[in-house]
Write a protein that binds this ligand. Sequence first.
Ligand SMILES: NC(=O)c1ccc[n+]([C@@H]2O[C@H](COP(=O)([O-])OP(=O)(O)OC[C@H]3O[C@@H](n4cnc5c(N)ncnc54)[C@H](O)[C@@H]3O)[C@@H](O)[C@H]2O)c1
Length: 348
Amino acid sequence: MRSAELPLAAHRGAPTVLAMSADVGAKLFPLDRLERFAVDAPELELLQTSPLTSFDSDHARRLFASTEVLITGWGCPPIDDAVLDRAPHLRVIAHAGGSVKQHVDPAAWERGILVTTATAMNAEPVAEFTLAMILLAGKRTFELSQEFTESRRDVVADDRFPQMRNYGKRIGLVGASTIGRRVVELLRPFAFEVMVADPFLSDHDAARLGVIRSDLDELLASSDVISLHAPALPDTHHLLDRTRIESLRPGTTLINTARGWLIDHEALARRVERGDLYAILDVTEPDVLPAEHPFYSAPNVFLTPHIAGSLGTELARLADTAVDEARRAARGEELRFEIRGYDLARIA
Ligand SMILES: NC(=O)c1ccc[n+]([C@@H]2O[C@H](COP(=O)([O-])OP(=O)(O)OC[C@H]3O[C@@H](n4cnc5c(N)ncnc54)[C@H](O)[C@@H]3O)[C@@H](O)[C@H]2O)c1
């Protein structure tokens, strides 16, 4: 039986609607979760079990006349002034994903609607992926594996890479973001020095995090591994431009799990071609590069298809968080992950 046909319990809580693409809905709210919904979230009354994929139909208009809670996911249609006009009782938008900027219009904050997101939970797998990449890059794992499997002969790793390192090296994080801060925590057990560049990071905050606060240029020119965690904003386009990419020391590893937007890819391709820079790219611009792009064949580039964020079992954590936030709002409790309208200009 498809989710839309599941029987629903009688009204018990805040009228709630799911809104996201159908395939995202099937992953975030599979049948077993929908069947448990009334027990798991007694404060919420799910008006229908299948997610809305459009707000334009008469059916959506009827649902919106009483909706108080909207649980959104990737593929949710834009929630703008016109949509909000049709939802006079809407009190909270809880997003089971990361950024809300693509679908929640600033009008929501102007109307006093609470907006919350599972960004902090989506940060977890990205931070784990980053930690893994930092440690593997230190061992020059990708290059040595390739050399070994291609040559089928012993490779004296220490001769090839005398500067192999996971001890006493400097990790430079660009962006004290939700993900960046989680990476700082995950790096604590290791013998690294951690530097962070973020124009909004105060000395006090840096001291609390136990990191060295730095400007971007100093960080780029002095780190062994650089990991990008800044958002795509108008003034972060090609944050790593040609000059900055040239300033990276030979042997540096550059990790990008943030957005391709941050890097001048032409300049990076030129630098990578010289062979003295290592790049680990989970995101590029465009996300799938043209088939002939040099990154596909460069031995010093390790490409992954945008896998750092929540996938598979990790998606359940996003749904749990959004439902938990919606329940808090319905009980009149403080939200854990509320997004403030005044933060929109500096966050992802
Ligand atoms: N690869 C993936 O699957 C994946 C998943 C989730 C998020 N992301 C990306 O990761 C990045 C971080 O996301 P987040 O949710 O942790 O961000 P966030 O919204 O929590 O924080 C953004 C931070 O960037 C800082 N910042 C703004 N301008 C800056 C600049 N010029 N230089 C340095 N820092 C600056 C802000 O102070 C803020 O602390 C974003 O680009 C996001 O799109 C990727």
